[in-house]
Write a protein that binds this ligand. Structure first.
Ligand SMILES: Cc1ncc(COP(=O)(O)O)c(C=O)c1O
Length: 373
């Protein structure tokens, strides 16, 4: 039977690898290692801590992964070019303005390191700053600007904090962990007011989930500002966090600089297959957003019934004001509900992600017990 299983597909080649052939023969997909538990949330855990989207990946994406993974023996650079062309076309850009990466984290790190190291990174005090920490650990200086009193990013204070040493301004819109969006026009005016020698990075990881993506995005500014970088991801509305695909859109010059900092070359075959197959899957995208908005509404309802306040979320997570975020986190841990512990000095703010109805139900039960509702 060696090498005959699945004739015509990759399995027909197992004759060249006796160990693989034996595994196929026995029906063990991973050489006897039990992998059932290593994908997805840990068994029994309601995972609401990482802003993932369990509605995805799209059926179109799953079908493409199943169909094309057999070509995983080959580097997938033609697929990289294809997806870059699709992204460029969708946003009315030339392909040399798009950089594809392993999740958006990789290219965000490239921006922080490549452009931040020319001076100082200016950013809000509270935002998704993983990639800024990465650059900081490598010697890049960072200047943080307090939020406004309503928890929004304070653009006027950011403007006032631009000193000659600033080389990169990093803004996350909508912001994480608050979930709040900046007004599109206000952000565009801010970007237009920044000295062109300073690069502005807008992380739009959650943009597709906002109430008014076309108004809130700064993509239209790419044509008029060469100092702008916008990052997007397939991890959120596309529900592909584990498939690792993201991208930056910018000027051709900055794109060239960023490519020089990439650790690899833009995506693995499974992610690329899924991304290409679902990028224009409008029925899925509509349903995915509806799923998220419904889940968010149910979180809001529970939180309100507990007498708690929230930031106005435009995303797939909610920032809830609680007496003690770490104490609540501990209660959740005991019930195997995974939410975020407090961020830094924001000890009275607790972030929960949208998710499956049963998981939100478990969150609600612990929250109610915590507030005694
Ligand atoms: C604002 C923001 N940007 C970027 C990322 C990174 O996502 P990924 O690397 O999966 O694209 C996240 C992850 O949660 C995020 O919240």
């Amino acid at each position: 039977m060696l090498g005959t299983a699945g004739a015509g597909g990759a399995l027909a080649l197992t004759g060249t690898n006796p160990a693989l052939a034996a595994a196929v023969e026995q029906g063990t997909a991973a050489y006897g290692v039990d992998v059932a538990d290593v994908f997805g949330p840990p068994p029994g855990v309601a995972q609401l801590s990482r802003n993932e989207n369990p509605f995805g990946p799209a059926p179109s994406a799953l079908q493409a992964v199943a169909r094309y993974s057999a070509q995983g023996a080959y580097y997938a650079d033609r697929a990289v070019r294809k997806l870059i062309a699709m992204i460029a076309e969708r946003h009315g850009l030339e392909s040399d303005r798009v950089v594809l990466s392993s999740g958006s984290t990789e290219v965000l790190k490239c921006v922080a390191l490549g452009l931040g190291r020319k001076g100082t990174i200016l950013c809000p005090e509270l935002f998704w700053d993983t990639t800024v920490h990465y650059a900081e650990a490598k010697g890049v200086k960072v200047k943080r600007v307090p939020l406004a009193s309503d928890m929004s990013i304070d653009l006027a204070a950011m403007k006032a904090a631009i000193t000659p040493d600033v080389s990169l301004i990093h803004i996350c819109n909508p912001n994480n962990p608050t979930g709040m969006s900046l007004d599109g026009e206000a952000l565009r005016a801010f970007i237009r007011s920044v000295d062109p020698r300073v690069t502005v990075l807008v992380d739009e990881a959650y943009m597709e989930l906002t109430a008014r993506p076309d108004y809130t995005t700064v993509v239209p500014l790419l044509k008029e500002r060469a100092n702008l970088v916008i990052c997007r991801t397939f991890s959120k509305i596309y529900g592909m966090a584990g498939l690792r695909l993201g991208y930056a859109m910018t000027s051709p010059d900055i794109a060239e600089t960023l490519r020089g900092y990439l650790m690899s070359f833009g995506g693995n075959l499974a992610g690329l297959a899924a991304g290409i197959a679902s990028y224009h899957d409008e029925p899925f995208l509509k349903a995915s957003k509806a799923f998220i908005l419904e889940s968010r509404a149910s979180i809001m309802e529970v939180v309100k019934s507990c007498g708690l306040a929230t930031c106005a979320s435009d995303t797939n997570f909610v920032y809830v004001k609680v007496p003690d975020a770490d104490a609540l986190y501990q209660k959740m841990v005991e019930a195997q509900v995974d939410i975020r512990p407090a961020y830094g000095r924001w000890t009275q703010w607790s972030r929960v992600s949208t998710g499956r109805a049963e998981d939100i139900g478990r969150y609600a039960a612990v929250l109610r017990a915590y507030v005694g509702a």
